[in-house]
Design a protein around this ligand. Sequence first.
Ligand SMILES: Cc1cc2nc3c(=O)[nH]c(=O)nc-3n(C[C@H](O)[C@H](O)[C@H](O)COP(=O)(O)O)c2cc1C
Length: 390
Amino acid sequence: MAMKIPVTAGDFRAQARSQLPRFLFDYLDGGANDEHTLHANETAWRDVTLRQRVLVDVDQVDTCTTLGGQACVMPVVLAPVGLAGMMAKRGEVQALRAANSAGIPFTLSTVGICPLSEVEAAASAPFWFQLYMIRDRGRVENLLHKAWQAGCRTLVFTVDLPIPGMRHRDTRNGLGATGLRATTLRLQQVLSRPNWLWNVALRGGPLTFGNLSEAVPGARNLDAFKAWVDSQFDPTVTWVDIAWLRQHWQGTLILKGILEAEDARHAVQVGADGIVVSNHGGRQLDGVAATASKLPAIVAAVGGQTEILVDGGIRSGVDVFRALALGASGVMIGRPWAWALAAAGETGITDLLQSWQQELRLAMMMTGVTEIASIGCAQLDHVSEFPAGK
Ligand SMILES: Cc1cc2nc3c(=O)[nH]c(=O)nc-3n(C[C@H](O)[C@H](O)[C@H](O)COP(=O)(O)O)c2cc1C
């Protein structure tokens, strides 16, 4: 049966499922524990209803804005996704190219496959770098230096991963386990995806952690990654370390993984230029609230003092509009771009972003706004439920 043309994030997800070995699809798709927070993230946006307005001149609609000091064609940033280079051949480079042609920022993860230098060589605009704090501060300084040399001027420091979450799908697929049973399971999964085996596993190498190759020379697979993360990510990090980071990074500093207004205030105090309201896409603590429901209180606490981005469960251009109506300046997206990458590479991401921009434009026209800066609580139905929207 001929495959239909993928249009939505859900369409790309279905295609990604058919392209990727099961353990990789599950690593990408899954969340922590029973995945309640993961699902809540998605449904919370759908519950935000909008006000249709008519007979407004919406001939000239502009989706452009500025995020992290960088001009963007729409208020969307590709979030850091570890191991994206396992989803498609040199995946981070493909995603960067799609982001560059869409006119939005791409964020390279600390645990990406492609190294900073490879991404830089393909870049036609500055990209963002995401940092996890590693125990050895010398290595962190070295990474920061390399990121700066590669032209990155926005650093996304992730603060919600003192330890990786309990991702049961990964455990079920034998990740982190050794022995014949786990190896056989994964081998079967790989052999059932010959396209992936040929294009990514055989022709897409090296499949190592490009930015950590000196730190983890043997890190060739998900098991090694997990072992390295477990031993090297630094759970002692506090606000004091953010001050250290502030001194070592002259560019824009964004803290990703803030979910409480109190922490958002702290972020402002330590000099963060921006925050990402995030629960890591429901991959850390299953049981925390959806980001859409936490956003308004954070906007009320620090809106105007720092730039507020949000991520988690955003699945369409209309969701982007909803996030802005609730007071965010922009959004990050994780799974949607990685699904599109796995399904159709750079072209897949390009198509998805074009469709989202059109959805965003349509939402603006149908609610009677023509500029990103004008989107706010006036476009929300049931405003009383979201009193803190801007
Ligand atoms: C497969 C996968 C890998 C991720 N890796 C990272 C990472 O390396 N660094 C990071 O800060 N966040 C990481 N995240 C979280 C995303 O940056 C983002 O917060 C999350 O995906 C947003 O939710 P969404 O996927 O529903 O859009 C990852 C998410 C996924 C799905």
